[in-house]
Design a protein around this ligand. Structure first.
Ligand code: KE4
Length: 432
């Protein structure tokens, strides 16, 4: 089914052609709208809080290229900085001072990070941090949580969230059991299940990796005491605690979830915002652990474009903008109004709904809730979410095209944008 009320002729033409060129017509599965129906719109340009598609339709954007656009798309200060960086070249494949600048900003901001390595995506960061966990502890097993997504590396494709959940894939063909055999899973927010895994695998677990606030099962915050409990359990068993803050880093506070909740992991992964829209990922943490990474130590990891001056420039300027006083208070204010408003409008129009936000990250489910984990999220009315998504698109509001994703605002979103979004939601939900 294609979007009916808005003209999407060009989008349809381009997307149809794309399907003969690239699997599913996309370069990342969640973009294909598989779980919400309808055809994706093809973007032409973005600016601030807005998107324009190739047919000229304008939308208020709550995906923000999956988190990086926290300062608004094509932020003029970021663009200007990139223009001057471009004059000096795009990639050196050698040390450059800009890497020091961004490294110092990340180290200053993120409590757990004493030393950092830049890579080119969140997937790379998570792959590397897993190898480092195993190298440091000399143990092979890891614990991840159902519905959490840590990129598409083999060892994480076990009950993963995001696009894997969106497409309802049991896991993925091509991933040998020999690789996932050491990946143990537990329900998010279930400390007892984690304790049992540690008891059953005494001395064999390298560590626990999680999204401290889950964005890849939809928006699922940690229950009180959950993060603190994981810190205790891992320390007790000589295992490492790893926060995958690819999504939450610099999003829910300048120091991420670990600053917000006051729980310091041993290692952290980052991505998205630290690249300001260009490809950057990072992993970092305790100096004694990071010193194992080649060439300082024996654990190998490398990358041609890692730390390239163009991506470093976009990241540096983005973090500078986020340091402005009041940034996160503003994100909290407008996003709380949005998230609470969506739940209120849904309930007023007769739909069981729950949801919420932490700073500029939000989500909602069509279920009474509360949603504590992936099972709860899967039990929500995902078909209704699909109809809601399409209706909002036709009203000029671009939400993440999956129930198993979070939403994102930016400092470019205005009160008027939020009010317009809530008005659209009221109209759509009245007809759901
Ligand atoms: P990338 O390899 O996509 O840069 O990062 C992987 C990753 C790792 N960890 C977390 C917590 C993540 O959210 C992600 C990627 N997020 C998804 C959206 N939920 C990226 C969007 C996509 O897959 O197209």
């Amino acid at each position: 089914m294609v979007n009916t009320t808005i003209k999407t002729t060009k989008s349809q033409e381009i997307f149809s052609a794309a399907q003969n060129l690239m699997p599913g017509g996309v370069n990342s599965p969640v973009r294909a709208f598989k779980s919400v129906g309808g055809q994706p719109i093809v973007f032409d340009r973005v600016k601030g809080a807005y998107i324009w598609d190739v047919d000229g339709n304008k939308y208020i954007d709550y995906v923000g290229t999956w988190g990086p656009a926290i300062c608004g798309h094509a932020n003029p200060e970021v663009i200007t900085a990139l223009h001057s960086a471009l004059e000096k070249g795009t990639s050196f494949g050698a040390p450059c001072a800009l890497e020091n600048v961004l490294a110092e900003m990340v180290i200053d901001a993120v409590p757990s990070i004493e030393m950092v390595r830049f890579v080119n995506s969140g997937t790379e960061a998570c792959m590397a941090v897993l190898r480092l966990m195993r190298a440091f502890t000399k143990r092979d097993k890891i614990i991840k949580f159902e519905g959490c997504y840590h990129g598409h590396a083999d060892m994480f494709l076990v009950k993963a969230g995001s696009g894997v959940a969106t497409l309802g894939l049991p896991d993925s063909p091509g991933v040998p059991k020999s690789v996932t055999g050491d990946t143990l899973t537990a329900p998010f927010n279930d400390l007892e299940a984690v304790k049992v895994l540690f008891e059953e695998n005494r001395g064999e677990i390298a560590g626990v990796i999680l999204e401290p606030v889950v964005g890849n099962s939809g928006f699922v915050p940690p229950d009180a005491g959950f993060l603190e409990g994981l810190r205790e359990i891992t320390t007790e068993h000589g295992a490492l605690l790893v926060f995958d803050e690819v999504m939450t880093g610099f999003r829910i506070s300048y120091g991420g979830a670990q600053e917000k909740f006051g729980v310091t992991p041993d290692l952290t992964t980052l991505g998205k915002i630290i690249g300001g829209g260009l490809p950057v990922g990072a992993y970092g943490g305790r100096r004694d652990i990071m010193s194992m990474v080649a060439p300082a130590g024996p654990m190998y990891q490398a990358g041609t474009l890692s730390g390239n001056p163009l991506a470093m420039t976009a990241g540096i300027k983005t973090l500078e903008l986020l340091q402005k006083p009041g940034t996160y208070d503003y994100l909290e204010k407008i996003t709380k109004k949005l998230a609470d408003g969506l739940v209120e409008v849904a309930r007023e129009t007769g739909h069981a709904t729950c949801g919420g936000n932490i700073s500029g990250m939000f989500g909602m489910f069509f279920t009474k809730g509360p949603v504590h984990n992936y099972e709860d999220a899967k039990a929500s009315d995902t078909a209704k979410f699909g109809r809601f998504h399409r209706g909002m698109l036709e009203h000029g509001i671009y939400l993440a095209p999956s129930q198993f994703e979070a939403g994102f605002t930016s400092i470019a979103h205005t009160q008027e944008d939020i009010e317009r979004t809530l008005q659209a939601a009221r109209e759509v939900m009245s007809g759901l």
